[in-house]
Design a protein around this ligand. Structure first.
Ligand code: C2E
Ligand code: CA
Ligand code: CA
Length: 846
């Protein structure tokens, strides 16, 4: 069923009531006898009484609700006894109507409804009273009872019509009157009738004594007013407190705002309420109670009033004299309004506006403004708390994300990985852990810079994440280590996945204008085979990764054998420590000779370790262990100490040999090394230029800045520097040129087959050429046969070292060897040692 438009319904009801009132009045009331008593009241006095009663509406609060009650029943009942019925009806309508029209300004529909309803009510009272008292004693119990009955019946009638009107207009939440309301109305009416009966009695006895009634009435009215005011204030505060309690638990700013708007409307009976919170926007609430919002703060009511957030309350009552306020009311088509600031300490965080007072009393009062200010203060705190809570919540979420993610790549970090692995283990599904460690990533960082290094990590992350593997989870452990979890069953599947990883990394990344292929070592562990918790799985994947890296196999599946190998290496670390302490570490010396003259120039010191149980352990095995376990500094110092002692001993015996010592790249990062070296040179009184420090080419690219500065400082001491294993690293010519280096040492892999391999010959020729262009001495190591030696001479190499010349020797054996070599080689000819085939012109290539 379609509802009638609100006003139409009320108009129809009004018409019905008016018709009923007219019918009752003209059909029956006009026929009633005149005043029943012969002590008539002059009608102007009655009119005055009606006007007075209507103006003194008293507000009665019952429970939480407030009701207005009129004293109008007093003159009405007095009139029943003392004036004729028609006069009574007319005077009452005139008196109340005048107040209604002049004193309060209601909408026409409300005025019409009230007039119609009052007319019918009065007609009913008059008819009932006359009916009940017909033919009987008017003054006395019967007349009194009749008065009560008539008034109460009329009350019921008006309650019914008022609630019908409310329902039809659709303004209240529910139109019906409650029993409490009816009951309180009945009590008030009964009290009014009592007063009226007293008044009637007084008038009958001596109407001049009615002034006493006026005095008593006025006193009662004042007492009621002041009590009502206190009560109202108290109730408002209590209501405010309850409201504050309620919203302080709410941590959502918008829902707090909505609650504040609803409360503001209810608190001061306003039709509209609007909240401006500059960082959120304008939130408003009208008759339908829903929250509307928009972002344009300048269009808000409050902003249009003053063009800014207010710092004090502004009351704009109906009919205000303030020109600006009047203009604003016109412009916004509001009837009246109160605007109050939302204040936290001295800070204004918003404004609250209510407008269009709904109350019968007309408009907003100063008390309303005060109440609203109190509400705004509570609201400000609640809004601020909610905001704070929202910020904290956002922070917690963010922190939780941060705690589990790597900021650079956005991938989950170690914690995220552990959580995921634990979850998968809980599910009991088999999965593989692939620990991917990029090879030589440090070189990229050092040569291309950290920014490019980071870029590469991000690209690698994206590429790996895009792999098509079942249930793939990619995390970054930090540095260049990534861990993949995938639901793969068995080592074969996992190995294939590792190959996929290798393939996507090797396919190249565009960096800084060049395409860089990335190699990686991948360790694989299988769950649950290799572990039932995240830590042991990771540890085993790590062991496998190290095995892959060490053996250069690319990827390795964890196995007990690998683990044993690791255990062995760990044992080796402890034994090496003991060897260094007990002096069990020895040094061998391998001679270097001038390629052209054959003269013995010096020796290279090589660390030697003879394990009591395992026998000879090559330095290629124990030097990396020393590097990984922090013993490399001590190892280097031990070798240096021995070598310099040996060098000094030979020198004092008249054998002037240069000494070369290998330097681990890690030692170049050791700030104390420089002074320790100077101290050792001084201690053995070896001239610094007799010492050459060999640094591998690959290591030079790590941490270029620092390495270069350290090399420069060492060079300043007077020692020579040599780049070892040239050809195995990626160093650029431009870079080598900047280094304070005296010598390059071609890696033995280019020399071992030099006699038979044409490629090697081409490479060696080119490297010799480069070395000479950079004004460096060129040394070849790994010379195993005389043909190679002859070729090196032909290619212009300066110095040679290798088994054909001599294997590394014990220190004490060097002088004898040196003497033997010098005599047999018959320097500078050396020709007898060379096969005829290789007697090429011995001119230098440089
Ligand atoms: P390296 O510096 O390249 O040393 C030369 C290596 O080549 C030595 O192996 C030497 O014995 C070997 N060699 C020399 N001539 C020939 C030849 O004609 N044929 C073949 N096949 N090999 C030849 P070694 O002594 O096993 O040392 C291996 C590596 O261990 C060295 O390579 C060096 O990198 C490292 N190392 C040795 N001693 C030390 C040390 O005291 N400190 C550091 N940091 N590293 C050391
Ligand atoms: Ca060396
Ligand atoms: Ca070498």
């Amino acid at each position: 069923m379609r509802r009638l438009p609100a006003d139409t319904g009320v108009w129809l009801l009004t018409a019905g009531l008016a018709a009923a009132a007219a019918a009752a009045t003209f059909l029956w009331v006009t026929r009633l006898p005149g005043s029943p008593l012969d002590a008539p009241l002059p009608w102007p006095a009655l009119l005055a009484a009606f006007v007075l009663a209507e103006m003194c509406v008293i507000h009665v609060r019952v429970g939480k609700e407030m009701y207005s009650s009129s004293l109008d029943e007093i003159p009405l009942v007095v009139g029943l006894f003392l004036v004729d019925p028609v006069t009574l009806l007319v005077v009452r309508l005139l008196g109340r109507g005048a107040v209604l029209l002049l004193h309060r300004r209601h909408r026409p529909v409300k005025v019409a409804f009230n007039l119609a309803q009052w007319s019918l009510e009065a007609a009913v009272v008059v008819l009932l009273w006359h009916g009940l008292t017909a033919g009987g004693q008017v003054v006395g119990p019967r007349g009194w009872l009749a008065a009560f009955t008539a008034v109460l019946a009329a009350d019921l009638l008006s309650a019914a019509s008022v609630s019908a009107a409310i329902r039809l207009s659709g303004t209240g939440a529910d139109g019906g009157l409650t029993w409490t309301e009816l009951w309180s109305g009945t009590v008030a009416s009964a009290a009014n009738v009592c007063m009226a009966l007293v008044a009637t009695a007084v008038v009958i006895v001596d109407w001049r004594a009615s002034w006493t009634l006026v005095v008593v009435g006025a006193l009662l009215y004042l007492a009621h007013r002041s009590h009502g005011g206190l009560r109202e204030r108290h109730d408002s505060l209590e209501r405010l407190n309850r409201f504050t309690e309620r919203i302080s638990a709410d941590l959502d700013v918008r829902s707090v705002a909505h609650a504040v708007l609803l409360e503001a409307r209810a608190l001061v009976a306003a039709e509209r309420a609007e909240l401006v919170l500059p960082d959120i926007g304008v939130l408003s609430c009208t008759a339908d109670m829903t929250l509307q919002s928009h972002g344009d703060v300048t269009s808000s009511l409050a902003h249009r009033l003053r063009g800014r957030l207010l710092d004090h309350a502004v009351l704009v009552p109906r009919g205000t004299r303030d020109e600006m306020a009047r203009a604003w009311l016109r412009e916004t088509s509001l009837r009246d309004a109160v605007v109050v600031p939302l204040r936290i300490d001295e800070r204004i965080i918003g404004t609250l506006t209510v407008a269009d007072n709904l109350g019968d009393t007309g408009t907003f009062s100063a008390a309303d403004a005060q109440l609203l200010e109190a509400l705004a203060n509570h609201a400000a705190v609640a809004v601020e708390n909610a905001r704070l809570a929202q910020r904290l919540l956002a922070q917690v979420v963010e922190q939780q994300h941060q705690a589990r993610h790597d900021p650079l790549t956005g991938l989950p970090n170690r914690l995220g990985l552990h959580e995921r692995a634990a979850a998968l283990l809980d599910e009991g599904l088999p999965f593989a852990v692939l620990l991917v460690d990029l090879d030589d990533f440090k070189d990229v960082n050092d040569t291309l810079g950290h920014a490019i290094g980071d870029e590469l990590l991000v690209l690698v992350a994206a590429r790996v994440r895009a792999l098509d593997l079942p249930g793939l989870f990619v995390s970054r452990l930090g540095g260049d280590e990534f861990v993949l979890l995938a639901q793969l069953d068995g080592g074969e599947q996992a190995q294939r996945a590792a190959e996929q990883v290798h393939a996507v990394l090797a396919s190249g990344f565009p960096l800084d204008g060049v395409t860089v292929g990335v190699a990686a070592s991948i360790g694989i562990a299988l769950a649950p085979r290799d572990g039932t918790d995240a830590s042991s799985l990771l540890r085993r994947a790590d062991i496998a990764m190290y095995a892959a890296k060490g053996d250069g196999t690319g990827s390795e599946l964890y196995s007990a054998a690998i683990d044993e190998h690791t255990a062995e290496r760990l044992a080796m670390a402890a034994e090496l420590r003991a060897a260094l302490q007990t002096g069990a570490l020895a040094v061998a010396y391998q001679p270097k000779v001038d390629v052209v003259t054959g003269r013995v120039l010096g020796v290279e010191a090589l660390a030697r370790w003879s394990h009591p149980l395992r026998g000879y352990i090559p330095p290629d095995e124990f030097v990396p262990v020393a590097e990984r376990t922090g013993q490399i500094g001590e190892l280097t110092r031990t070798v240096l100490d021995r070598a310099l002692a040996q060098c000094a001993a030979w020198r004092s015996a008249g054998l002037e040999l240069d000494m070369a010592v290998n330097l681990s790249p890690m030692v170049l990062r050791d700030e104390a090394f420089e002074s320790d070296l100077a101290a050792l040179l001084a201690r053995y009184d070896v001239p610094p230029q007799a010492l050459t420090l060999e640094v591998t080419e690959g290591s030079l690219m790590a941490d270029v800045e620092r390495t270069t500065s350290m090399l420069k400082r060492l060079r300043k001491l007077g020692v020579h520097l040599s780049i070892d294993d040239l050809g195995t690293g990626y160093s650029s010519l431009a870079y080598l040129k900047r280094l304070p280096v005296d010598e390059v040492k071609l890696d033995k892999s280019f020399v071992l087959q030099l006699a038979t391999n044409l490629d090697d010959q081409a490479i060696v020729r080119a490297m010799v050429d480069v070395g000479h262009r950079l004004r460096m001495r060129v040394v070849a190591e790994g010379v195993e046969d005389v043909e190679s030696f002859a070729l090196l001479r032909a290619l212009g190499c300066d110095v040679a070292q290798g088994y054909w010349i001599s294997r590394p020797l014990r220190g004490p054996d060097v002088p004898a060897w040196s003497a033997a070599w010098s005599s047999s080689a018959a320097a500078p000819g050396l020709g007898h040692a060379l096969p005829a085939a290789s007697r090429v012109p011995l001119s230098r290539a440089g």
